[in-house]
Design a binder for this molecule. Structure first.
Ligand SMILES: Cc1cc2nc3c(=O)[nH]c(=O)nc-3n(C[C@H](O)[C@H](O)[C@H](O)COP(=O)(O)OP(=O)(O)OC[C@H]3O[C@@H](n4cnc5c(N)ncnc54)[C@H](O)[C@@H]3O)c2cc1C
Length: 390
């Protein structure tokens, strides 16, 4: 009998298992794939870390998560964080920028306001920002080394006595005060269960009577050659809300980008949206949305100074987003079973604060005092999610 089983060894589930095993709980972490894998949402060289959020709950969780990343660095003697800064760019009437600014001021997050002129002067060749746009720079933001972070969590889980079973797909969950988890290889009993299967959440929760409104989209990352190799490597990341939302996409939609820190001489650009796919058929589906390609090529032509020289991306990579209708996370328990918690719908911004959401999910399933009020992230905000059997 385990104290806790965690289903899904991405960054959220691994963070949950890290905290549980660290507390001395007998913990089993299960994943359907042999990790590391590129099939879920947590792979790749980097993710943006920022505390710049309009919503104070996310900002607070991110601020705390920073200390956890630093602690993991110390525990494993690994460098996981690169401070780069992050720009939030917006167009009039600056709805996103003003909301982020207000939260930053309320929570004491360091930032500077930059005009397009200052931005061009400080970071030549970063982006052609239109003159009526504004930017703020969160100075302490940066990049979390994603693949390395997951590897470090897995090392620590094992060090704290936790068990990791890769290549073991969960096929059935039988809820109860003792939960039964059936996989393709065996049957396990546990006092508490944490479910974090990323894009596979709907497939796993439907038999438990939940119709979660999580849309899985294939997100594409475009790596573009710099005009001068290495030119942007010490530049900030950015989220550019100063765009017109492309046809077929919904608000909030922004372009984001990284300087050339992941692959030498290549800058990363992505649109915070994508094409709906079945997570088991990510690469089999038809071509990307033509509107997305059209939008991207226009954006690069207008904003990217190096475009004249390099009009095509050098590398294209794929990843999966799990989007909720409001792009807020879902963190909840299974109705009638407080010992079963689940987290999903991280909507393309769940990596940075995984050390906190993972811990919260563990606290919920163990019936402990939960360190954040996550009631606003309950699935109950979506009508019709819970089947009538509950
Ligand atoms: C391109 C891209 C860019 C992003 N950029 C950022 C960023 O800059 N900053 C940020 O904070 N966030 C970012 N995100 C979001 C962030 O990466 C995700 O929110 C986060 O990785 C989600 O982690 P997860 O653990 O919930 O899911 P996953 O990483 O998908 O893990 C779920 C795991 O569950 C396993 N699983 C599923 N079903 C089963 C089953 N039945 N049995 C056993 N195992 C199962 C899967 O194999 C998978 O390994 C980005 C995401 C993408 C795709």
């Amino acid at each position: 009998m385990y104290d806790s089983i965690v289903i899904g060894g991405g960054i959220v589930g691994s963070s949950a298992a890290y905290h549980l095993s660290r507390k001395g709980k007998r913990t089993l972490l299960l994943d359907q794939f042999n990790l590391p894998t590129t099939r879920g949402s947590s792979h790749g060289p980097g993710r943006i870390y920022r505390s710049s959020y309009s919503d104070q709950l996310y900002a607070k969780m991110s601020i705390e998560a920073y200390d956890h990343w630093k602690q993991l660095e110390r525990e494993t003697n690994t460098n996981l964080y690169q401070k780069l800064g992050m720009l939030v760019i917006d167009k009039p009437p600056f709805k996103n920028l003003e909301a982020v600014k207000a939260t930053n001021m309320a929570l004491g997050v360091d930032f500077e306001v930059l005009s397009p002129e200052e931005l061009h002067k400080r970071y030549p060749g970063l982006l052609n920002i239109p003159r009526d746009h504004k930017a703020i720079l969160e100075t302490n933001a940066g990049l979390i080394k994603a693949d390395k972070a997951l590897e470090c969590l897995r090392t620590q889980i094992k060090k704290f006595g936790g068990q990791i079973n890769d290549s073991e797909k969960v096929e059935n969950i039988i809820p109860g005060s003792v939960v039964t988890v059936k996989t393709e290889k065996g049957t396990y009993k546990t006092k508490s269960l944490i479910i974090t299967p990323g894009p596979w959440i709907c497939k796993l929760m439907k038999p438990l009577g939940l119709n979660l409104p999580v849309q899985v989209v294939r997100n594409t990352l475009y790596f573009w050659k710099e005009e001068i190799p290495g030119q942007t490597k010490n530049y900030p990341c950015f989220c550019d809300y100063g765009i017109d939302v492309p046809e077929g996409f919904t608000e909030p939609c922004f372009m984001y980008g990284f300087p050339s820190v992941e692959y030498n001489g290549l800058r990363k650009f992505g649109i915070h949206q994508g094409t709906e796919v079945d997570p088991d058929e990510r690469d089999i589906t038809d071509a990307d949305k033509p509107e997305e390609i059209k939008f991207l090529m226009n954006y690069m032509k207008n904003r990217y100074p190096g475009y004249r020289k390099n009009s095509e991306p050098a590398i294209i990579e794929k990843c999966l987003y799990s989007l909720t209708p409001d792009q807020d996370f879902i963190i909840d328990t299974l109705p009638g079973y407080p010992n079963i918690s689940f987290g999903c719908g991280f909507s393309g911004h769940g990596f940075k604060m995984a050390p906190v959401t993972g811990r919260v999910l563990g606290e919920m399933a163990l019936g402990e005092k939960v360190s954040y009020d996550v009631s606003s992230l309950s699935m109950k905000r979506f009508p019709g999610v819970i089947a009538s059997k509950y």
